[in-house]
Design a protein around this ligand. Structure first.
Ligand code: S3P
Ligand code: PEP
Length: 440
């Protein structure tokens, strides 16, 4: 830990939209795909390459962690090209997870394959994110996991920091996991499971399961590298043991990061285009065009370019976002600018995201004069005239991008710590200004 007397950077003044938009926005690679493909490349049986990979805090934390665990990762002719050389999984190392759910949840099962202890820690805000289900699953599979002192035998850590005692091999077998707080518990276990001696049969035992597309993404990326996965029964997955093939693969753009830009077309009017939009994808951002259409926009997909057009009119929506909870901050901002009330449902698990997003969204929309109330599993947002103020972002990249969306229409919105967008989208403010036709 370092102490610093540096003054915080001044809040970023979110630009107002002066005119209808006419912009094409190139969106960098998907965080979720980049970090899965890096993990699988590091476990593969030969060197492989990612092209169009995301370079952001979360991706770079994954790169650093995989290097610490023995993989060679080198940049190619550009930073988004990454050559990955797998190696024996090495322990006696420290992993900085930052605030990245994909790092803190995907790597403990990987670390169980290491030849020594792997110590995990992250940001202060990461130390409250739920971890127990994935650690309990490892424990049930015979892996030793303990808190930082190693003292509390018998009591598994529920949060960072913790240590996974790698023994070089994991027997595997069957395990029950309550993934109602995060799909990442399932994905992390499945990603490493082909390297377990008996593979893995994982059964979800919770009442709800968020982010199913992200689990389907895990299954699809595993099958793409030759791993046999049976997902024919709801809430159950079987990964057969076997080799992981090396690939040369292009990463799709991050459709969830495209969401605030596309939503801007509804708020400001005009058209925003995103090239490289996949026709088939497991990314939950695939639902963005239809949701924007329900809120008053129109869209077309031609030659891989998604175009969203709006008039400035935004209608309220009643939507269950459990499959794509990471989209909620964008839709909450749209809802606050709409001409009728909205209800966002199915997203109780957002309380364990970068921050308690339900509380944060309700608080910040209210700060601007809006009306937003938390429900058991979401938000009810009733549009009111908004006024400018400093919007707090709570280390949450998507709080920052949703505040930018509000600022397109509300004069005087200032975004505290906008640099937090670097978690998945460094350069966000410049991209946003360019979308508005200004380089400032
Ligand atoms: O596996 C992934 O890449 C992700 C899964 C989701 O997590 P939760 O299931 O915890 O919402 C999503 O919100 C997160 O941004 C990325
Ligand atoms: C929930 C998110 O991130 P993480 O991968 O850290 O869980 C997100 O990006 O919206």
């Amino acid at each position: 830990m370092t102490s610093s007397t540096t003054a915080p950077a001044p809040a970023w003044e979110a630009p107002l939209a002066g005119a209808p938009l006419d912009a094409t926005v190139e969106i960098p690679g998907s965080k979720s795909l980049t970090n899965r493909l890096l993990v699988l490349a590091a476990l593969a049986d030969a060197p492989g390459t990612l092209r169009g990979a995301l370079r952001s805090r979360d991706a770079d934390l994954m790169i650093g962690a995989l290097r610490a665990l023995g993989a060679g990762i080198a940049e190619g002719d550009q930073p988004s090209t990454l050559h990955v050389t797998p190696g024996p999984v090495t322990g006696d190392t420290d992993i900085d997870t930052g605030l990245a759910g994909t790092v803190m949840r995907f790597l403990p099962p990987f670390a169980a394959l290491a030849d020594g202890p792997v110590r995990f820690d992250g940001d202060a805000a990461a130390r409250v994110r739920p971890m127990l289900p994935v650690l309990a699953a490892l424990h049930a599979l015979g892996v030793t996991v303990h808190g930082p002192d190693g003292a509390d035998e018998g009591e598994l850590p529920a949060h960072l920091p913790f240590t996974v005692e790698g023994r070089g091999h994991v027997a595997g077998g069957a395990v029950d996991v309550d993934a109602s707080q995060s799909s990442q518990f399932v994905s992390g276990l499945l990603l490493a499971a082909a390297r377990f001696e008996r593979g893995l049969t994982l059964r979800h035992i919770g009442a709800t399961l968020p982010s199913l597309p992200h689990i389907e993404m895990t299954v699809a990326t595993l099958r793409d590298v030759g791993v046999e996965v049976d997902d024919s029964r709801d809430g159950m997955w079987h990964v057969a043991p076997g080799p992981i093939a090396a690939r040369d693969v292009r990463v799709e753009p991050d459709l969830s990061n495209a969401a605030p830009f596309l939503a801007a077309a509804l708020v400001a009017g005009g058209t925003v285009r995103v090239p490289g939009w996949p026709t088939i994808t497991t990314q939950p951002g695939a639902m963005v065009p239809e949701l924007l259409e329900r809120m008053g926009g129109t869209y077309t997909l031609a030659d891989g370019v998604l175009s969203v057009t709006g008039t400035g009119a935004v209608h309220g929506i009643d939507v269950d976002l459990h499959a794509g909870g990471e989209l909620a901050p964008t839709f909450a901002a749209l809802a606050a600018l709409a001409d009728s009330p909205s209800r966002l449902r199915g997203i109780a698990h957002l309380r364990g995201h970068e921050t308690d997003r339900l509380a944060a969204l309700a608080r910040e929309i209210t700060r601007l004069g809006g009306q937003a109330e938390e429900t058991r599993d979401g938000l009810v947002i009733t549009p009111r005239p908004l006024r400018g103020d400093v919007v707090r972002t709570y280390e949450d990249h998507r709080m920052a991008t949703s505040a930018a969306l509000l600022g397109l229409r509300v004069p005087g919105v200032q975004v505290e710590n906008v640099a937090t967008t670097g978690k998945t989208l460094p350069g966000f403010t410049a991209m946003w200004q360019r979308m508005l036709g200004s380089d400032a």
